[in-house]
Write a protein that binds this ligand. Structure first.
Ligand SMILES: [Zn+2]
Length: 165
C-alpha cells in the first residue's frame, strides 16, 4: 500500500493529465475537491463531501461538486456506486484490488464483503476483448436488522390473526 502523500500526488497527476487531454481548466477548486475525496475513507454522498469541504473552510457550490465528481468518475479516480438509495454514493479508487459489497434492499445499508475466495475469483477474470479498470461485485438482500424487523412484523401479524380467532 502506498503512503497517503504518494497516493495524493499520483491521483493529482492523473487528474491533471485527464484535464489536459480533455482541454479542461485546471482550477484550484477541482484539486481541492480531489484531495477531499481521497481523504474520505469508504463511501460518501455529495452532502458528506460538501460537509468535508465546509470543514476545510473551502466554499464550493453544489453544482461544482456534482460536476467535479462526474469528471473524477470519467477519469477513473472515483466510483459511482449503482445503489438504489436516494442520493448518489461515491468511493475513491485507491488501488486495483477487487471490491465486493452487500447492499440491503430495504434500508440501503452498504457493507464491504471480506471474502478471499470472491476476491481471488474476481482477480482471475481476464476477458479477451474487454479492458478492465476495476472489479466490483454487488450482492443484494436484507441486512440483519431489517430481517429482525420483518420477523417482528410477521409475528405481530400472526398474533393479531390468532387473537381474532
Ligand atoms: Zn437493512
Amino acid at each position: 500500500m502506498m503512503e497517503r502523500t504518494n497516493i495524493q500526488a499520483e491521483v493529482e497527476q492523473r487528474f491533471r493529465q485527464f484535464m489536459l487531454a480533455h482541454q479542461m481548466r485546471q482550477t484550484s477548486e477541482r484539486f481541492a475537491i480531489l484531495r477531499a475525496v481521497y481523504d474520505i475513507d469508504g463511501t460518501f454522498t455529495i452532502e458528506e463531501l460538501e460537509q468535508t469541504m465546509q470543514n476545510r473552510r473551502f466554499h464550493v457550490s453544489r453544482g461544482t461538486l456534482y460536476l467535479t465528481t462526474q469528471l473524477l468518475v470519467q477519469a477513473n479516480l472515483l466510483i459511482r456506486h449503482p445503489f438504489s438509495s436516494s442520493s448518489a454514493v461515491f468511493e475513491r479508487i485507491i488501488d486495483d484490488r477487487p471490491r465486493s459489497y452487500q447492499i440491503c434492499s430495504n434500508c440501503h445499508r452498504i457493507t464491504r464483503i471480506k471474502s478471499k475466495e470472491l476476491a481471488s475469483s474476481l482477480e482471475s477474470y481476464h476477458p479477451r476483448s474487454f479492458s478492465i479498470s476495476h472489479r466490483i461485485v454487488y450482492v443484494y438482500g436484507f441486512c440483519a436488522s431489517c430481517q429482525r424487523q420483518m420477523r417482528k412484523v410477521l409475528k405481530e401479524n400472526n398474533q393479531t390473526k390468532t387473537d381474532k380467532i
